[in-house]
Design a protein around this ligand. Sequence first.
Ligand SMILES: Nc1nc2c(ncn2[C@@H]2O[C@H](COP(=O)(O)OP(=O)(O)OP(=O)(O)O)[C@@H](O)[C@H]2O)c(=O)[nH]1
Ligand SMILES: [Mg+2]
Length: 334
Amino acid sequence: MAFSWFKDNKDTKESLSSEQDKSGPLSPPAPLPSRGMFQRLKEGLSRTRQVLTTDIDKLFVGKRRIDDELLEELEEILITSDIGVKTATDLIQRISVKFSSAQMDSDGFKKALKQEILELLNVTVTDPDTTSRPHVIMVIGVNGVGKTTTIGKLAARFVHDGKKVLIAAADTFRAAAVEQLTIWAERSGAEIVRHKSNADPAAVAFDGIEAAMARDIDVVIVDTAGRLHTRVNLMEELKKIRRSISKKIPSAPHETILVLDATTGQNAISQARLFHESIGVTALALTKLDGTAKGGIVVSVCHELNLPLKYIGIGENIEDLQLFNSEEFVTALF
Ligand SMILES: Nc1nc2c(ncn2[C@@H]2O[C@H](COP(=O)(O)OP(=O)(O)OP(=O)(O)O)[C@@H](O)[C@H]2O)c(=O)[nH]1
Ligand SMILES: [Mg+2]
């Protein structure tokens, strides 16, 4: 069995919520028509776009020669949007090689910049093996980045695709974490396996896989803690969860998704390096791209980490998760 991995990531009128609310007479009113995927992405990135485009427009009055002074000013703008020093420098280098001394207006220049950014975003991605059933996804990341929310949205997408989904509540360190995940499971139409709070997270993951195998589940998503109260080392705990998943299915977890919060800017890059070294990450999800002026982090995440950016979070609602598409992203950015 192969998943379609949400390749419906186009401007579409369909809405997850309207799909789920096959309303009976007493159901709540149907939600407002969906704004469409691309429109949501554009709205989410509006602050970043505003900073980038107005600042670039300010550099130009009519046409201007692409010289060192302009490129220096541009570098500052890129760094403000959290593209990061290394990526900004690389980008400027590419532009100066191609366009040095050219006369350009703001629109022409933005078009050229868009093309260069697009090239940096296009990293080669190896698709995960999706032949195993259940397909097991472990979700990791520091506290508050949006792991649980992303799991809820992801589960909803899989359910929408006709998959049977089970979520394992392996963040057992706060009772509230299990409650929050239970609400997301209900919302998305997924099953949940949970233990008492403070139970062993590895045991919850193990039971989750076992239940999934017994119940003919297609996708298991394992939620994990981002911070531990005790002296227990987070990375060691995550490794233990991994091992217990592999005990049931040797090839699992098939995906280990690291969630990063776009508003933390360049800090996200160092988090990713740490998690990848300790646990091994197969893909990234970048959340909270809405309402930040720092959407440039996407470019630096793709360019500097050598890990595929698979999902982006653009809001707190169930439909606010998209499969990352570099062309759509760049189009929404300018
Ligand atoms: N605006 C916005 N908020 C988000 C997004 N994703 C998550 N959040 C919010 O971020 C906050 C933290 O999200 P959680 O999903 O609880 O984060 P977590 O990583 O599970 O946190 P811990 O369980 O404490 O480690 C919540 O208030 C979410 O609603 C997003 O894409 N956009
Ligand atoms: Mg959580």
